[in-house]
Design a protein around this ligand. Structure first.
Ligand code: ADP
Length: 519
């Protein structure tokens, strides 16, 4: 008998439903043992991972099998949480929002449907990972580059659907997505945009089609199961420059932001810009106990001392430029002129031309180097990201930085952070690094997150993505006109998915019969 079942379904009915699913996908792809189900727990849970435990996982191999599983789910009334690679670490990993949901694991559907080198796009199924697509491009000598996130082991689709980002001009992944195939909760298959025209060749080229444009509606939502996406890929650039700029003082932050904004809006810098503090740099190459073993946050004096010993300035700015060699030279001239108004700014530029041996990270090879920082607190390293969207102004950056630095230190963590700048917005990126095996530390991380979400919301800031444990909390901050946005989202939910089959609770959107579960 099943140990955890979805709400409102008996254990014997659930067992029967799983047997019917086994007839569709094959017995070995209906995962119900304790060991199998544990594989779908959040590996970085900031609290009790069991509160998001799954009732089972089902791994279909085709759109037809998805339709079959959906029919069983509708018949018995159990919810499905679709995942692509399930690596959504820091946001819940493969785990669903609501305990007892059945994960619909799509990693077996991993065909690269098409890569068009001339037009610069790929069409992929859910299970296609960045590693897989990279290998495919290499093996076929296709001169298109990926924009992998850090770390780069997840799926191209899952990352775009969660609005993940990378570090090339194509770094805002949900904006680079074009054309989708979706299975709706009632089993209907739909293609968005130009995909609506049988035989059309611009499905992955023109996003909008005719009439309402639906792709963004299926991003970070629970209205359908996405089975194919088009994603734009950058033609291999003629040249690349990796730029590292540092400035000496903490107080330089607002000026730094004011310098970066016009360079990003005007595209002089044509990829994401990262600002990092010392802890972020330290955690990339060392562990905390090499520097500090005392109570509470690392003392600021000690950090200053470490920076001095390493001859580090306070802030490090890093980004890359992709263009022809000549244009890069012109861009760099303007960039250097802009930053050099900050006294003590340093510049360090590495350049490559097409065909030269490049550093892997500059060449945008997917990798897992970002996970080094998980060792910072020792034990079972985990992270929780707090990433509110801010206007790229010195004033906004200072306000959110001051709040976050103070609160993170209040709760005994080290401020690991900075900002990532896109063309017109910035994201304050602070990782709360903790040791999961230390219950008190994990609880603290949870409480810290809860506190900063509320305080940031009072200041008018909110996240663009969230961990499954905090989806309601973050949705609560979107409060204009008494949460009119949430009401609209839930009206859509009731219409498209009246039984609430797909991902209840995702992004704070609950089906009618489960709305009482809103945290
Ligand atoms: P990653 O690529 O990082 O492994 P996941 O597969 O964990 O990403 O997906 C992240 C989240 O995106 C999931 O938890 C789910 O909410 C949503 N998602 C992923 N794949 C799909 C899909 N095919 N259809 C609908 N939602 C999806």
């Amino acid at each position: 008998m099943a140990e955890i079942v979805p709400p409102g379904i008996s254990s014997s009915d659930f067992d029967r439903a799983m047997r019917e699913c086994a007839d569709i996908v094959g017995q070995e792809w209906v995962l119900t043992s304790q060991e199998d189900r544990d594989g779908y727990l959040d590996p970085m849970a900031p609290g009790d991972a069991a509160s998001h435990a799954v009732a089972a996982a089902i791994a279909p191999a085709s759109v037809e099998e998805i339709q079959g599983v959906l029919a069983v789910a509708r018949n018995y009334g159990f919810p499905l949480w679709p995942i692509s690679a399930g690596k959504n670490h820091g946001y819940g990993g493969p785990a669903p929002c609501m305990q007892g949901t059945v994960v619909l694991d799509l990693k077996r559907m991993n065909r690269i449907v098409e890569v068009n080198e001339e037009l610069g796009y790929a069409i992929v199924e859910p299970g296609v990972t960045f590693f897989q697509l990279f290998d495919y491009l290499e093996a076929n000598n296709i001169k298109l580059w990926l924009s992998p996130p850090a770390p780069g082991w997840g799926s191209v689709m899952g990352n775009a659907l969660e609005r993940g980002f990378g570090y090339t001009p194509y770094g805002d992944h949900s904006s680079m997505q074009c054309g989708m195939e979706v299975v709706l909760p009632d089993g209907e298959i739909l293609r968005t945009g130009m995909g609506g025209v049988e035989g059309n060749r611009t499905w992955a080229l023109f996003k909008h089609g005719y009439g309402p444009s639906w792709d963004q509606v299926f991003i970070q939502s629970n209205y359908g199961i996405v089975t194919k996406i088009g994603i734009w890929l950058m033609p291999e650039p003629e040249a690349t420059a990796s730029v590292r700029i540092t400035v000496p003082n903490e107080e330089d932050l607002p000026q730094l932001v004011e310098i970066i904004r016009p360079l990003r809006i005007g595209h002089t810098i044509n990829s994401s810009v990262v600002i990092a503090n010392a802890v972020r740099r330290l955690a990339a190459t060392s562990t905390r106990n090499e520097w500090y073993t005392g109570e509470g946050a690392m003392p600021e004096d000690l950090l200053r001392d470490i920076m001095q010993r390493n001859k580090w300035n306070f802030w490090e700015v890093s980004f890359a430029i992709f263009d022809s060699d000549e244009v890069i030279t012109a861009r760099l001239k303007e960039i250097e002129r802009a930053f050099s108004v900050i006294e003590g700014a340093t510049f360090d530029v590495t350049r490559w031309r097409r065909g030269e041996a490049m550093e892997k990270s500059a060449r945008r090879v997917p990798n897992l180097m970002a996970y080094q920082v998980l060792n910072w607190r020792g034990g079972r390293g985990a992270h929780l990201g707090f990433a509110p969207v801010v206007a790229p102004t010195g004033d906004d950056a200072t306000r959110i930085y001051n709040l976050m630095k103070r609160r993170i230190r209040d709760f005994g963590f080290d401020y690991f952070g900075g900002f990532t700048f896109f063309q017109r917005h910035a994201i304050h990126t602070s990782l709360i690094l903790f040791d999961q095996s230390d219950q008190q530390m994990a609880d603290n991380a949870h409480r810290l997150f809860d506190t900063v979400v509320r305080e940031a919301a009072e200041m008018g800031y909110s996240e663009y993505r969230s961990h499954v444990s905090f989806m309601d909390l973050v949705a609560d901050g979107y409060n204009y006109n008494g949460h009119a946005l949430r009401r609209m989202n839930e009206r859509m939910k009731d219409m498209i998915d009246p039984q609430g089959i797909i991902a209840p609770g995702k992004q704070g959107i609950w089906p009618a019969h489960l709305r009482g579960r809103r945290a």
